[in-house]
Design a binder for this molecule. Structure first.
Ligand code: ADP
Length: 363
């Protein structure tokens, strides 16, 4: 029931109560007058009686209203104030994870005091679970980081040895074998590098060097880097200029370039020959949106929810590309959100393909 309806009901009740109190005394007076005086005198005194009745009603209504307002105020302070405290504490916990201590509220109704104690226990439980999650995540990150560090040195040694062997005088057959081993060692070094990136970004240890960045120019650099791959795959790759000026964003240039490398490489790799990859940037409000739109294999409905999960690769992607570890998008989105932006994707409505959208805040 809304407060307005409650007030209307209250006022109506006061009015009815006033009538209920006054009407019997009025009828009693009326009867007494009819008995005591002749009818003509009764008629004359009727007007005075009405005025008296009105005054009585107004007086009673005022008194009852004051009484009810007082009661209402007491009720409000007993219920509303503690409730307000609970709402503030809930809000602080939901928004910032801050635990505000709630007062004991001795005069409040027992249900409210119960609510306060249940809420306090609930906050403690959530806090405990969160601490456990953070600890598990830290142990996991530490493990990945230690393992990756341990793997990096011997792997780099193997890669150098293989590269040296490749230069030596070998039969064609052995050269092919060494080349394949060198390629695989490059892939392994890249995976280890990615794992190190993940652990440093996840643990929050990665320090971003924020500065004003021209997103369109980073996109152009990345497009130039991938042009040979695009030409080899017969995919047309280009940045579509917006016409207007796109403002700079607040970002770590190296990390944003890493995201664009990943998005553009994926777009080219997952687009069959004669397709296209188009990159566009535009400003909307306080964000710049950079879209990478391809006409490739697309992302199926069954994969939509998992595409940003670690190590997830869709079946249609595995079928066309054996290489790939399913980590790129996960890291890319983490970096984007660390920047106060986001990374999302949609399936193209007309024709095949996918559009990935990176949003970053304007400087
Ligand atoms: P990787 O490409 O190394 O497998 P990513 O994390 O970059 O890892 O991508 C995860 C998965 O998302 C890919 O395996 C693929 O299934 C899907 N994906 C990413 N980009 C595209 C794209 N442009 N078109 C279709 N599928 C894509």
């Amino acid at each position: 029931m809304s407060l307005r309806v409650l007030l209307a009901v209250l006022l109506l009740s006061i009015l009815l109560a006033a009538f209920a109190v006054i009407l019997p005394s009025f009828l009693f007076l009326h009867d007494q007058l009819s008995v005591l005086f002749p009818p003509n005198l009764v008629a004359e005194s009727e007007t005075a009686l009405h005025t008296l009745l009105a005054a009585q009603i107004i007086g009673t209504i005022t008194m009852l209203t004051l009484l009810l307002a007082g009661l209402f105020w007491i009720l409000l302070s007993l219920v509303a104030r503690p409730l307000k405290g609970i709402v503030i504490a809930m809000d602080a916990f939901a928004e910032r994870g801050e635990k505000l201590s709630l007062p004991a509220l001795p005069p409040a109704p027992s249900e409210l005091r119960k609510l306060v104690s249940v809420f306090s226990r609930f906050v403690d439980r959530v806090d405990e679970a969160h601490k456990k999650d953070v600890e598990v995540s830290r142990v996991k990150s530490d493990f990945i980081s230690t393992a990756a560090h341990q793997l990096r040195t011997p792997l780099t040694g193997i890669r150098w040895a293989l590269e040296a062997l490749e230069m030596s005088d070998l039969s064609e057959e052995h050269k092919a074998l060494v080349k394949s081993a060198t390629d695989k060692s490059h892939e392994l070094v890249a995976i280890v590098g990615t794992l190190l990136d993940i652990s440093s970004i996840e643990s929050g240890k990665y320090k971003y060097a924020f500065a004003p960045v021209d997103l369109e120019s980073v996109a152009e650099e990345v497009v130039n880097d991938f042009m040979p791959l695009a030409q080899k795959s017969k995919v047309s790759l280009y940045v579509e200029k917006s016409g207007g000026t796109v403002p700079k964003v607040k970002a770590d240039r190296q990390r944003i370039k890493w995201i664009l490398n990943n998005l553009i490489e994926n777009a080219v790799r997952y687009t069959p020959a004669d397709g296209s990859v188009r990159i566009m940037a535009e400003q909307k409000g306080s964000q710049v949106y950079l879209r990478v739109r391809d006409t490739g294999i697309g992302i199926g409905v069954e994969d939509k929810d998992n595409i940003f999960e670690r190590f997830y690769r869709a079946q249609n992607a595995i079928a066309v590309q054996n290489g790939g570890n399913g980590l790129g998008l996960y890291i890319a989105r983490t970096i984007a959100t660390d920047h106060g932006g986001d990374l999302t994707f949609t399936s193209n409505t007309e024709g095949h393909g996918t559009t990935f959208t990176l949003s970053l805040p304007v400087v």
